[in-house]
Design a binder for this molecule. Structure first.
Ligand SMILES: Nc1ncnc2c1ncn2[C@@H]1O[C@H](COP(=O)(O)OP(=O)(O)O)[C@@H](O)[C@H]1O
Ligand SMILES: [Mg+2]
Length: 156
């Protein structure tokens, strides 16, 4: 048995930015407190675009969510609680993330995390990993549900 449970994995083609936003919106509509979603992929892969779709669905408001590249985190309140949009690109030490209160947010909020690689082993076991990559003119998302997320990947 593998030490890590990877129950389900799925690929979704995203032809244009609207498709990335729509995937984010489907995700945001079913996120709940305690959910952790890791968005990986290089610069320009579409991580922030996907997060914006999720933020709109979470808050129920159309808004131009700023990228948290410099602030590391932006938080949003919605009917289901607080959503954290985190960008760890500029993180220097893992402790910096915990000084922000990220460990509590893993439990008490829903979290979308860009550049999750910066935290390596400090990420929760139960999480949805979304890897974005270039595909022709568009992008491709690979969704991997780990732990309790395995059963939920199919519903996004
Ligand atoms: N499916 C897609 N096809 C083509 N371009 C996309 C797609 N999704 C997002 N983009 C575009 O890619 C660019 C970078 O997106 P962004 O979300 O800022 O990337 P990241 O946060 O990964 O650096 C933006 O101009 C965005 O509109
Ligand atoms: Mg970004």
């Amino acid at each position: 048995m593998a030490a890590e449970t990877l129950l389900d994995s799925r690929e979704i083609p995203l032809a244009d930015p609207a498709a990335t936003i729509a995937l984010g919106a489907r995700l945001g509509a079913q996120l709940r407190r305690g959910d952790v979603v890791c968005l990986s992929g290089g610069l320009g892969a579409g991580k922030t675009t996907l997060a914006r779709g999720a933020i709109e669905a979470w808050t129920g408001e159309t808004q131009e969510a700023p990228s948290p590249t410099y602030t590391l985190v932006q938080t949003y309140d919605g009917p289901r609680g607080q959503l954290w949009h985190v960008d760890l690109y500029r993180l220097k030490r893992a402790e910096e993330a915990f000084e922000l209160g990220l460990e509590d947010a893993f439990v008490e909020a829903a979290c979308l995390i860009e550049w999750p690689e910066r935290l390596e082993g400090a990420l929760p076991r139960d999480r949805l990993d979304i890897a974005l990559a270039m595909q022709e003119e568009g992008r491709r998302a690979t969704l991997s549900g780990r732990g309790k997320w395995g059963a939920r990947v199919g519903s996004i």
